[in-house]
Ligand binder design. Structure first.
Ligand SMILES: NC(=O)c1ccc[n+]([C@@H]2O[C@H](COP(=O)([O-])OP(=O)(O)OC[C@H]3O[C@@H](n4cnc5c(N)ncnc54)[C@H](O)[C@@H]3O)[C@@H](O)[C@H]2O)c1
Length: 402
């Protein structure tokens, strides 16, 4: 292991699918990335704060298995212990952290605000899984708090690290496509997500907020544009019959303004009622039309397709979170744009601890809390539109300085 002199402590809040692959055969994204960070000497100790002892022990078992697979000598502790349920275990864990520690918050969307707020108040640098928070007011409060306590606050929008998106960003920045006209996004997941995986909090989010939000952030990231108006139309046919009161699909139109370049439009069709036998958990494609050309980024068909007896066809994404053979030929290493997004945050925190960087100076390609103001404005405007006969809603007053 590399020199641990300046290694940081890492607190992971939540112990679900994204943290450690709960309910799946895999290990999620956050834990594999954290182990890679230990191997690189970025992280010394890892603590996972769940809210039940059962979840904490299940995460510890996943960690033991992964530690052997990856051959990483990582110190992992979990809480709560000795009590069945404690939704404040993360606070006790935060109090035991050393100066300039990092926390990754991966709990259901509606809990992001309160947990993030309490960690910032304890001067912990935070990375929050998307969406930061569903509303503008809460986003502004978190921006003010992270400035007050001088900590780094980022959002784990990993699509910013996908090289196919970085290629598109270069094309747009270099004006290869000409003036932007239209973005067309199609992004959907299998029925198993709302009916099983997130059954206990599915009605506290919606499909644009949970999934479509990735491409709202991405369009701002690719173009620097700001959302002016939003209109959403949702349909309820399948999930309501399953006793789940949420939209099957939401179709959203966003009007964006890009400085002198004028306006362009994006259309987002998001859904979570794909067949469970579909060839990928996430079906996603992005098409951009400009005055000089068109670019299609097919993010489902990445060129690796697997068909096995009795299992149907699976389109694999080899570029998101994967465990690949390490150079020693024996162990596994965590790779892909999922882990990279987390490693990038942990590198930032280590640089802050070493006095090389300061939280206020870390912008660039990062998904900062400030950039999530535009995302929150779109989510809020979309909810207003859904509740108000699918009318156009002005988003600019939501993000503009008051
Ligand atoms: N699953 C994915 O692929 C994915 C990808 C990116 C982002 N996300 C986001 O990550 C977040 C979590 O998603 P998930 O898939 O892990 O969901 P999940 O439902 O599998 O896990 C959430 C976990 O948070 C725990 N939790 C709730 N309150 C807590 C508290 N006070 N302290 C500690 N733990 C608490 C729950 O017990 C649960 O185990 C969501 O915001 C989701 O949008 C998920």
């Amino acid at each position: 292991m590399a020199d641990q002199g300046s290694a940081i402590d890492l607190l992971i809040v939540g112990a679900g699918m994204y943290v450690c692959g709960k309910g799946t055969d895999g290990f999620g994204t956050i834990l594999p990335a954290a182990f890679e960070a230990c191997r690189a000497g970025l992280v010394g100790r890892i603590h996972i704060a769940a809210q039940s002892e059962e979840s904490a022990q299940a995460a510890l078992a996943k960690a033991e298995e992964l530690r052997k697979l990856m051959g990483v000598d990582a110190e992992v502790t979990v809480s709560p212990q000795g009590t069945e349920h404690d939704s404040r275990a993360f606070i006790k864990a935060a109090e035991a952290l050393s100066r300039d520690s990092a926390a990754i918050i991966s709990v259901p969307d509606h809990l992001h605000f309160d947990i993030t707020r309490q960690l910032i108040e304890r001067k912990v640098h935070v990375q929050v899984v998307k969406p930061l928070v569903p509303g503008v007011k809460e986003t502004r409060e978190l921006i003010a708090l992270k400035k007050k306590f001088n900590v780094l606050g980022l959002v784990e929008f990993h699509k910013r690290f996908d090289e196919s998106n970085l290629k598109l960003r270069e094309l747009i920045e270099g004006d290869a496509l000409g003036e932007l006209l239209n973005f067309r996004i199609q992004y959907s997941q299998r029925k198993i997500i709302p009916t099983r995986a997130f059954r206990n909090w599915v009605e506290q989010t919606d499909i644009l907020q949970y999934l479509g939000v990735h491409y709202v952030d991405l369009i701002h990231f690719l173009t620097g544009a700001k959302p002016m108006r939003v209109m959403s139309y949702g349909l309820k046919k399948y999930l309501v019959k399953e006793g789940i009161n949420t939209f099957d699909t939401i179709q959203t139109l966003i009007e964006w303004r890009r400085g002198e370049d004028g306006d362009f439009l994006s259309s987002h069709l998001t859904g979570w009622v794909d067949a469970d036998t579909s060839s990928a958990m996430s079906d996603q494609r992005l098409e951009v039309q400009g005055t000089r050309g068109r670019c299609l980024v097919d993010q489902k068909n990445r060129g690796v397709s697997l068909s096995l007896d009795g299992k149907g066809v699976e389109d694999i994404n080899p570029y998101f979170t994967q465990l690949y053979p390490a150079i020693d030929g024996k162990n596994k290493r965590a790779a892909g744009y999922g882990p990279e997004s987390i490693l990038s945050f942990l590198r930032d925190v280590q640089n802050i601890k070493n006095g090389v960087s300061h939280p206020a100076g870390l912008g660039g390609l990062r998904a900062t809390f400030e950039s999530s103001l535009y995302v929150a404005a779109v989510l809020e405007a979309s909810r207003i539109s859904l509740e108000g006969n699918n009318c156009w809603v002005d988003a600019s007053p939501l993000w503009a300085e008051v």
